[in-house]
Design a protein around this ligand. Structure first.
Ligand SMILES: NC(=O)c1ccc[n+]([C@@H]2O[C@H](COP(=O)([O-])OP(=O)(O)OC[C@H]3O[C@@H](n4cnc5c(N)ncnc54)[C@H](O)[C@@H]3O)[C@@H](O)[C@H]2O)c1
Length: 427
């Protein structure tokens, strides 16, 4: 086991000392909690463990052996000498618990990861659509309403997605959240304005994120809540400086058809000698960011909060864009894997370009980990090392965006349509 000396707090008061992390047991939340704790913040986590219960529902498991929360926290204390407090409750439903926590603990920053985040999962059945909407919009609105009632002036840092923009941009670079528009007024003058970039959700999950944006705009305007919304690309990679310190701190790695994001699925497929399954032509272009950069970006956002009265800040949190078939070719070249083009379950254009502005986080000091440098570590440290834990039956994406009457759709939804599914009832 490695021991680290906890980072010393810099002299003078920082923008935040106490950070509450909603969804702090998840893929992005856990390494963020450790990163902020190592940087000297007092950290508390809220999570209802719904993500772990969804693994039970889908009959999958993280490729990496993630530990129960109490073991994670004890390991972190042993390694770093720092404590993280854990509160287990549902942010979408347990208003009073959240309100009491805000009033008692008075965090200066709240990082909001507590949402159902898989697009394929959100499209599995009517039950999953309703669960994703209720959970995600419920969590966001509960947080905003509780913050207003508590009178606590905490800065919310929310994880949104690049997917709110849709995956096309009429040839222009997608700006950071706001679009400048020129409108002809009734008397023939040209008025200039800035509006939220028109949304174009591609799944119920993305729909919830587009609606989160409106909730933020409203509470910001009406109640002066300070918010940074990070429109994140697809996160790849597993470990960060902190999660690497001890195997009990290991981060989750999802490779299944619902939660495994494209790069992780390719890596897994390569490690077990399965062909890389490219949806359609693989001409879809997506934005990516490494998990190490995710945690750095959240820390940068916390350290640079909006001023009182400032509108919602929106940053595009991504570092590179790639076409899916190029990713497959790159991984195939490194690992010798074959490539298999399968039918695309999503309703989307076969080919798209994506140009994205990401100047804000780079200006704050982000130095990206690129695919060119980080991919090899990921293949050897994670995919190959834990390949024996992979359940090959779970790799294919079985959610369909439209009902087709296809046997596979019926099979994948039948198990999950009951509104009383006990496995993912929020606590
Ligand atoms: N992983 C990515 O590639 C990616 C990309 C873009 C945006 N994001 C966003 O970042 C956030 C975190 O994503 P992730 O990959 O860590 O997902 P995750 O599912 O691993 O983590 C989310 C965590 O929130 C918890 N949670 C969900 N609903 C809750 C509720 N109502 N109350 C309490 N806890 C709740 C879950 O148990 C889980 O631990 C999400 O909002 C997601 O939309 C992720």
């Amino acid at each position: 086991m490695h021991h680290t000396t906890p980072a010393r707090r810099p002299a003078g008061r920082r923008a935040a000392e106490r950070v509450l992390i909603l969804g702090g047991d998840g893929f992005c939340g856990w390494p963020t909690a450790l990163h902020l704790s190592a940087a000297g913040y007092e950290v508390a986590i809220v999570d209802n463990l719904s993500r772990r219960k969804i693994d039970v529902e889908l009959e999958v498991d993280s490729l990496t052996p993630i530990r129960p929360m109490s073991e994670r926290l004890a390991a972190w204390e042993a390694v770093s000498g720092r404590r993280i407090v854990f509160h287990r409750f549902d942010v979408a439903r347990n208003y009073q618990r959240l309100l009491d926590l805000l009033v008692d603990w008075r965090p200066e920053a709240i990082v909001h990861f507590a949402e159902q985040r898989a697009a394929p999962y959100s499209m599995k059945s009517a039950w999953h659509k309703r669960y994703t909407m209720d959970n995600n919009l419920g969590a966001t609105n509960t947080l905003l309403a509780a913050l207003v009632e508590s009178g606590v002036d905490a800065h919310i840092v929310h994880l949104g997605t690049m997917g709110v923009y849709g995956y096309g941009s009429a040839g222009m670079k997608i700006p950071e959240g706001y679009l400048t528009v020129h409108v002809e007024t009734d008397d023939g003058d040209m008025a200039r304005d800035e509006i939220l970039y028109p949304v174009n959700p591609g799944s119920v999950y993305h729909l919830t994120k587009t609606q989160d944006q409106l909730a933020f705009a409203f509470y910001n305007k009406n109640d002066g809540i300070r918010i940074t919304d990070l429109h994140q690309g697809i996160v790849w990679g597993t470990q960060t400086e902190e999660t690497r310190l001890d195997e009990r701190l290991i981060n989750r790695f999802d490779y299944d058809g619902d939660y495994g994001t494209v790069l992780n699925r390719f890596l897994m497929q390569a490690a077990i000698g399965h062909p890389l399954t490219v949806h359609g032509t693989g001409g879809q272009t997506r934005a990516f960011i490494h998990i190490q950069d995710t945690v750095r970006c959240v820390a940068l956002a916390i350290g640079n909060p909006p001023a009182t009265g400032e509108r919602v800040r929106i940053y595009n949190q991504m570092t590179e864009t790639h076409r899916i078939r190029d990713l497959a070719t790159r991984i195939a070249a490194q690992t010798g894997a074959a490539i298999d083009h399968v039918q695309n379950p999503r309703v989307e254009a076969a080919e798209n370009d994506l140009h994205v502005a990401n100047d804000a986080l780079i200006a704050l000091g982000l130095k990206p980990t690129t695919l060119a440098t980080g991919l090899f570590t990921e293949v050897t440290e994670i995919a190959a090392r834990y390949a024996h834990r992979c359940d090959k039956r779970r790799i294919a994406c079985r959610s369909q965006w439209r009902r087709t009457g296809h046997a596979e759709v019926t099979m994948s939804t039948a198990r999950n349509t009951a509104t009383t599914d006990p496995l993912i009832q929020p606590i």
